[in-house]
Ligand binder design. Structure first.
Ligand code: PLP
Length: 405
């Protein structure tokens, strides 16, 4: 990794309400006037890397925003990033653009599975996977993760069983896993890949969080496992989470198999989702070319935020942190407090003043958990944690002890 830049202003509090940010929309943080810790939507509160801001500002100065092609340097910047940062060699000609990751996931399901057939998901997992499958009339086949002594693992026996069903044609892999913050290891991915190859199940690997691995953990791009795995995979990539530019970028698919890639290309064209946005183009090229030092600083900042959570939760009986290995999303286990899922949401909203994502939205396996976004300043996070400490202490007092403890 490069050295940290001297001045990265991650401590700056930026008022997200000055733009129509989803994270602070009343639908998300509550319709009343109560100030809440906005930690539900998965973006960070930090300004984009200086290189991105400069490139966008220069593009604005140009003043003409007619139709554009893809800049020559964009795919080069992406593939160089993947090679230098992750040791993953990607052929530029295997990369297609997509408007966003969810669009690529939806196209993959509709293109490569017949209606009514099954797609495997591994809950707790990003809830939009469920919606995409429902809206595209594909059956969701659940292969839940197993929580084993505080760490989530894949259930390979169950995966094999599900994959062997001839009506199951695809799996949505979440690498790294939102919301449980697992950075999947080479062995785990290989075992999953072997099973999928054996039964002809196409792997659609959502690697949107891939760049965000903490110290001691390494991002393993699924297709980097080898040619036989790459041939059976559609990888979805995006700089949105990495550089906090979700509203001004697009996504990419990496498809090594010529037939699948051609089919995807034709579908993109049929749906006319192949237009270019001038700001997205320059933002992404600048991010991949020069965003490394900023990302290093952000990862270090996030790890300090994890330390803060770990430290403060030690004083909160009944609330456990599932140790994160990457992403800016933490998975908190409130099950010992004994709430029913909806009551936990109300408790967090009304007592702790937290607007976080409900655990059971990520599958029934998430009941009793909540997803906390730590992509914010240390100060904001610390204040929010103190609110939780107080709320749990009051709850404990009222309930005369924590059930199950
Ligand atoms: C794993 C994962 N995939 C996809 C998305 C959404 O991606 P996009 O906004 O590019 O559709 C998110 C956003 O939170 C995510 O966490």
């Amino acid at each position: 990794m490069e050295n940290l830049p001297l001045a990265v202003e991650l401590d700056e509090e930026i008022d997200r309400r000055l733009v129509p940010a989803l994270k602070v929309h009343p639908n998300v943080i509550g319709m009343d006037e109560t100030p809440r810790f906005a930690a539900g939507v998965a973006d960070m509160d930090f300004k984009a890397p200086p290189a991105v801001l400069e490139a966008m500002s220069n593009r604005l100065d140009h003043g003409v925003f007619g139709y554009e092609t893809v800049p020559d340097g964009l795919l080069r910047a992406l593939t160089q990033w993947l090679r230098k940062r992750h040791g993953w060699s990607v052929d530029e000609s295997h990369v297609l653009r997509a408007p966003n990751i969810l669009n690529a996931l939806a196209i993959a399901a509709s293109l490569f599975t017949p209606e009514g057939d099954g797609v495997i998901v591994q809950p707790p997992v990003f809830f939009d996977f469920f919606d995409i499958l429902g809206e595209n009339n594909r059956a969701m086949v659940s292969n839940p993760l197993i929580l084993n002594r505080g760490r989530y693992q894949m259930d390979f026996e169950d995966l094999e069983l599900k994959a062997s069903d001839p009506r199951v044609k695809m799996i949505y892999l979440c690498n790294h896993q939102n919301p449980v913050a697992r950075v999947w290891g080479r062995d785990e991915l290989q075992r999953l890949g072997d099973i999928c190859n054996r039964y002809g199940v196409l792997v659609v690997s959502d690697e949107m969080h891939g760049d965000l691995a903490f110290s001691g953990h390494t991002y393993v791009p699924f297709t980097s496992l080898g040619a036989e795995f790459a041939a059976n995979c559609i990888t979805c990539l995006s700089p949105a989470k990495t550089f906090n530019i979700a509203s001004c970028c697009c996504a990419f698919t990496v498809i090594s198999d010529d037939v699948n890639r051609r089919a995807f290309q034709v579908e993109n064209s049929r749906l006319t989702v192949n237009k270019n946005n001038a700001f997205a183009n320059v933002a992404m090229e600048a991010a991949y070319s020069d965003g490394g030092p900023w990302l290093n600083a952000v990862l270090a900042y996030l790890e300090t935020n994890v330390d803060l959570v770990r430290h403060l939760l030690k004083t909160v009986p009944g609330v456990d942190l599932i140790e994160p290995e990457g992403t800016f999303l933490l998975w908190l286990d409130f099950r010992q407090l004994g709430f029913r899922p909806d009551d936990l949401t109300v408790f967090l909203r009304d007592e702790a003043k937290w607007a976080v994502a409900r655990g059971h939205a990520f599958g029934k396996e998430g009941a009793g958990f909540a997803r906390l976004n730590i992509g914010c300043t240390h100060t904001r996070l610390e204040d929010a944690l103190h609110q939780l400490v107080k709320a749990v202490a009051q709850f404990d007092g009222r309930s005369g002890g924590i059930p199950g403890r």
